[in-house]
Structures are given as structure tokens and as C-alpha cells.
Design a protein around this ligand. Sequence first.
Ligand code: TXA
Ligand code: MG
Length: 334
Amino acid sequence: MPKVLKKGFAYICIQMKTKIGIDINLAYELLVRGEVVAIPTETVYGLASNGLNEDAIKKIFEAKNRPLTNPLILHFSDIESIEPYVIDIPEELKNLTNQFWPGPLTILLKKNKLVPEIITAGQDRVAVRIPSHSTTLELLKKLNFPLAAPSANPYGMISPTRVEHVFNQLSGKIPYILDGGECNNGLESTIVGMENNEVIIYRLGSISVEQIEEVIVKNVNLKTHSETLPVTSGMVKHHYAPSTPLFYIDEHLKNSESSNDGFIFFKEDFLGVNEKLILSPSGLLEEAAQKLYDALHLMDQKKFNRIFIEKFPEFGLGRSINDRLNRATAKFEK
Ligand code: TXA
Ligand code: MG
């Protein structure tokens, strides 16, 4: 954490040096000492600390500037190490974990008192997941505590899928970024839980609605919009946003021409513009999802007046992508 020293009337902010490397042992030692470390996962980079140590957990909130009302996911290496922290795992959720763990699925389970209140923001369920990135799985196996880890971006901004994204957004605030290459999935985990014996999706993510329904063999309920008390922070309307105003191509383009706009397309440039990124020329939603945040980071750095992006087909991962884009564009709606 940067230290703020009071000297006379001036405040001097001492930033810490942020290193990037592939040293799992160094990451391990920092975490054991109660520091925060950015870690790779298959979805996005996470900002991790000891999930049982309140002081270490607070450092995550400080580095991200995240409100304490927003709960964190606990990351484990295997199911056996989750069991001491929860009351039980309902059968339907177990079926989902059998299918998708290790991987981009997070489940909400009734917690017991071993889970610190700050992790769940006072809620009675804790979010848990077993990530599949080999570096982070190795790290988790060495540790004798779970890792609390939100996405490694300042609160409300775009999640990082490369080491550079983490560095650009959090350098000076964290000691170490464990480099695990580019994230394979590129969208956050899908969050599910149970209410009245029904499976609910609380956040759309790297596992599609269709994939969940195939396992539970029935329709799933979605509770991904809440303006009042958000169960998950991804439920708030403005989130996942770049600094540059972001709009869908269809809505805002006609009214105002500008020579300094950037465009992001799914498969092809149907407008014939100069400044563009095409996420998947072969039209694969998985590939587009994997590249989405990187494209937004890149476009944001170019300091365009505006970024325009195509709306995705409303199925499979297209639905998860649109969910993020709806929230990101909402920030710039008049
Ligand atoms: O893919 C991911 O899930 C990444 C990687 C690093 O694992 N993590 C991630 O964390 O996206 P975060 O904090 O950026 O988003 C987690 C979401 C938040 O919206 C939070 O509100 C919700 O999960 N959440 C966490 N614990 C919860 C709980 N006990 N009840 C309800 N929602 C919870
Ligand atoms: Mg996040």
C-alpha cells in the first residue's frame, strides 16, 4: 500500500514499486506475510490476499478503492479445502462443480463462522471457486488458506486479462504481479447459487446460460439486475467501463460524426472505418469474449473521443458480453 506521510502542511505519497515476475515462491511469501499479489486466472487477473486475514483483505479494498459493502470470492485448490468453510453443497450445485471445476464457475454457499464477515459483507453466503490456471492452482496448493480475489482493476473499471493491464491500473499500489500470460477465457466467472431449490445465475460470465442448463436439465433463473441492494457488484448498472465514453454502434453513431472515434466489431468492419479492432474474424463468440477486455483497454489508451462497439448476438457468450457492454455503456448514457 502506498504510505502517506504528513510533513508540515504537505502530504507526500510514497508509492511502492510494483514488480512483475513468474516467481510463485515470492508470491507465496508475500501472501503469507499478509500482502496483496495480483494472480493470473483463466478468466481475468485477480488481486489476491489471505482470505482469512482481515488486515490483508482490507488491503485489497484499499488498492481497488472498492466499497466494503462489496463481497469477495474465495479461491481454493480443491473441494475438500472448501468444506470446512461452508454448511453444505446442494446436489445441483455439486453437479455444476463436477462439470466446471477447476474453471470459471463461482458458487454461493451458506458460510460458517470461519469465513470473515468482511469477505461476505455481512451476507450469509460465501462465493467460492476453484480456478483452472495452473500457476494459481500451484500457488493455492502451497498455501494453507484460501485466497480472496476480486478482479485486479480499480473499482468499476475494465477487468485485466494481461499483466500490462494490471500494471497500468495498479502499479505503485501492490508489490507483485504474478505473470501467467494472457487469460484464456477473458470474461469473469459465472456466479450461481440456489434460492428455494432453484438454481439462479447472479452474474453472466465465461460459462454460458446454455451450458448451465445442459447440466441441471432445466431452465435457469437469472437475477442479474438489481438497482437497490446488489447481491453481486456486477449487478450495479454502471460497471466494467473504460474512461473513454463507450457507445453501441447502432444508437449514437448517426447523430454526431467525429474523426477521432475508435470502433470494435465482432466479425467484420461493416462501416469501412479507419480505427478499428475486429474481435473474431471467424465469428467465434469464445474468441471475442477472450479479446473483449484487451480491446477495450487498447482503445481506451488511444484517447479517442469515443469508442463504438457492436452489440453481440444474444446467445451463448454473446449474452455475457452484452451484459458487460450494457453496464459499461450505461455509464455514458445521457
Ligand atoms: O472470474 C472471476 O470471478 C474473477 C477471478 C479473479 O476469480 N473474480 C471476480 O471478482 O470477478 P469480483 O470481485 O471482481 O467479482 C465478484 C462478484 C462481485 O460482483 C461480488 O459482489 C460477487 O461476486 N460476490 C462475491 N461474494 C459474494 C457473496 N457472498 N454474495 C453475493 N455476491 C458475491
Ligand atoms: Mg470485478
